[in-house]
Design a protein around this ligand. Structure first.
Ligand SMILES: [Cu+2]
Length: 223
């Protein structure tokens, strides 16, 4: 907190929305092509009486062209995906976070630890405490797991990141508006996987400070 206005805030939602907007029309186009080709094949080459053996034609140019088109499409999609990923990672790595939250996954509970405040919150099979964050500041999530792979997923923000046991993954995210965003584990992790849910509550910086003080006064959050 109070480290000054961060530059180049990371808004993964906008980055990935852009990628999504390109993927969807291409996916629809490919789907339509396949449906049309299948219907044409069924209608034109269907078996008719008197029954004959199937006719077989080779269209090297057509098939070659189709293969080239597919390769070019895949290459293009890979390019825009990795470009967006790289942009997000680069900005996230350079960003000076206003807040660090250690996010630890376990079967089947989230542990949110705020090292600067000494606050510990838990959400999952045992109960529900919100992950509270301030808006307009870069927040560094330090993600890890104590047992199996979990995934930290906030669907509304198009944000998802794996939690790998034995490794800490840094990820930076900025909440541009106040609100409550549902989150859940997105990696099947056992019997109570579906109970691994949490809410992110984004408050204005002033509200966040008040909240953090009240948590500290209450003894660093409930266990
Ligand atoms: Cu999980």
């Amino acid at each position: 907190m109070g480290l000054g206005a961060p530059t180049g805030l990371v808004d993964t939602r906008a980055e990935y929305q852009h990628v999504f907007d390109i993927y969807v029309p291409i996916a629809i186009g490919v789907f339509a092509l396949i449906v049309i080709a299948t219907l044409l094949a069924v209608l034109v080459y269907r078996r008719r009486p008197p029954e004959r053996a199937a006719r077989w034609y080779e269209h090297d140019r057509l098939e070659g062209g189709y293969a080239l088109l597919l390769v070019a499409t895949v290459a293009f999609l890979l390019y825009i995906t990795f470009t967006a990923e790289h942009r997000v990672d680069t900005v996230a790595a350079r960003e000076r976070p206003g807040l660090v939250v250690n996010v630890t996954g376990s079967k089947w509970e989230w542990h949110f630890n705020y090292p600067a405040y000494g606050i510990d919150l838990y959400s999952g099979a045992v109960g529900r405490q919100d992950l509270v964050v301030p808006t307009g500041e870069a927040i560094r999530f330090r993600l890890t797991s104590v047992d199996v792979i979990h995934a930290f997923w906030i669907p509304q923000l198009r944000y998802k990141h794996d939690l790998i046991p034995g490794s800490v993954q840094d990820s930076t995210l900025t909440f541009s508006r106040r609100g409550v965003f549902a989150g859940q584990c997105a990696e099947f992790c056992g019997l109570l996987h579906s109970d691994m849910i949490f809410d992110v509550r984004a408050l204005s910086p002033a509200e966040f400070t008040t909240w953090a003080r009240s948590q500290q006064a209450a003894g660093g959050g409930a266990a």
